[in-house]
Write a protein that binds this ligand. Sequence first.
Ligand SMILES: [Zn+2]
Length: 317
Amino acid sequence: MRKVGVAYGEALLQYSFGIDHPMNFNRIRSFFRMFDKQFKENGLFDDIILISPVLAQEEVIKLFHTEEYIEYVKKASLNGFGYLDYGDTPAFKGIFEASSYVVGTTIECVEKIMDDIVAFAFNPMGGLHHARRDSAAGFCVFNDIGVAIEFLRKKHGVKSFLYVDIDAHHGDGIFYEYLEDKDVWIVDVHEDWRTLYPGTGKETERGEGNAFGTKMNITLPAGSDDADFYKRFNEIKFFTADLKPDFIIFQCGGDSLKGDPITHLNLSPQVHKDLASLLKKVCLESGSHGILALGGGGYNNIMTSQAWINVINALLE
Ligand SMILES: [Zn+2]
């Protein structure tokens, strides 16, 4: 049995833009509550290892982000007002530390995988896929996914990655930062760019230069449900079938689920489970180091928590 690590601790609640903002601490609190019920109270805890949140060192954040941008976030964190971007991502006092916890915890999950303590690890607060190297965007301050990729390359010599993203929003912060990188394969399933932020992610975009063909965007029209997703599932299976990635990252955003207040897709949490199972199969067949699963978005707390629990269950099976 291969163990699954789950990041768990109060420090992850700090990444919260206030109770009136969709990205608030109740999301993670709701997940912890469901997690306790499903695993702790049922005694199904033997194969789960809790991972305590860790504050990232600035040197680690710098692996992906520019020094100027990090200084900008620090300043905004002291002032605690205004926006870090054009109006989606408000500053608050302590936002630098809160964001550093997200990154540090994702890196701690990576280390637990590389140390062979767990095969798979999940950080519910991770997966902040809109942040760019030099800017915040769409509720995302530091891009823990990009930091994880650079960290694995620099510290562990990991070369190739498979990144799969089921968040309703296109993962532009990863897609475009690695557009010309042939060692980062990307499958990004998202709502059609014409009806949802950030308005990117056309299916004709498949990577550039010698990275052409290493990226796949799957756009689902607004209103799409499981039937629409499963019509495309074979394409994902086909794309991932012969890959031999050294490391797998799954951004399991829950805003693609039915009932999400800010998007227009109607998937069920079964999709998250089936994708996690597929990635587990790819991982075991390819001899990849492991799977880093990250919560991503998701603003219907019950549905999102259920999808994340499904991911953990698929990795445990
Ligand atoms: Zn999203």
